[in-house]
Design a protein around this ligand. Structure first.
Ligand code: SF4
Length: 179
């Protein structure tokens, strides 16, 4: 661990590792309701130690702020993102995500921190309506699933699991260690 800390503290700004992060966690007001989900502990712990790259899949693929909330629905054909009034957003989000993921790879992004419970950014606990079994289950958001499919080597975590300075530092050190 000592050698990792040394390596970690000796990197210059131009060599900072790049970590993508759900934009709302940085305080950007991009959520469906026009609010943010500012996460001060993440920002203060990561500041100056990594280069954070904000991403909001929903806004960057062309959705408005504020916007109608959308839910994930699983059926025989797969996962769909559908607004409460029935507007299907799946193709729009998937197309944008596939392009963004290619650029993340090209930019050498080593890790990603995601907003929990989001139908786009959730990692463990996006709410999914399983229409075959008619019940709600927990799973991965649409954007996150595409990130993991296309960049399986990327370090991934959600903000709910990075809820202390020690956990955030451990996440960064793991990325530095793995190079
Ligand atoms: S959770 Fe993801 S899609 Fe939702 S507002 Fe935050 S960054 Fe955008």
């Amino acid at each position: 661990m000592k050698s990792v800390k040394k390596k970690f503290s000796s990197v210059g700004r131009s060599e900072l590792i790049k970590i993508a992060i759900s934009s709302c966690l940085l305080g950007n007001r991009v959520r469906y309701n026009g609010e943010s989900k500012l996460n001060r502990i993440l920002i203060e712990t990561m500041n100056d130690r990594v280069k954070l790259i904000p991403i909001c899949p929903e806004v960057e693929c062309g959705m408005d702020v504020p916007r109608e909330p959308a839910d994930l629905v699983m059926d025989k054909s797969g996962l769909h993102l559908i607004t409460r009034s029935g507007n299907e957003l799946t193709e729009k989000l998937i197309k944008w995500s596939e392009n963004r993921v290619k650029r993340l790879k090209a930019e050498g992004v080593k890790g990603i921190i995601l907003k929990s419970r989001s139908p786009s950014c959730g990692l463990y606990d996006a709410q999914i309506y399983d229409s075959l079994n008619k019940k709600w289950v927990k799973g991965m958001g649409l954007f996150t699933a595409i990130v993991i499919e296309h960049i399986p080597e990327i370090a991934v975590e959600d903000e709910a699991h990075l809820n202390s300075i020690e956990k955030i530092t451990g996440f960064i050190e793991r990325i530095v260690e793995e190079g």
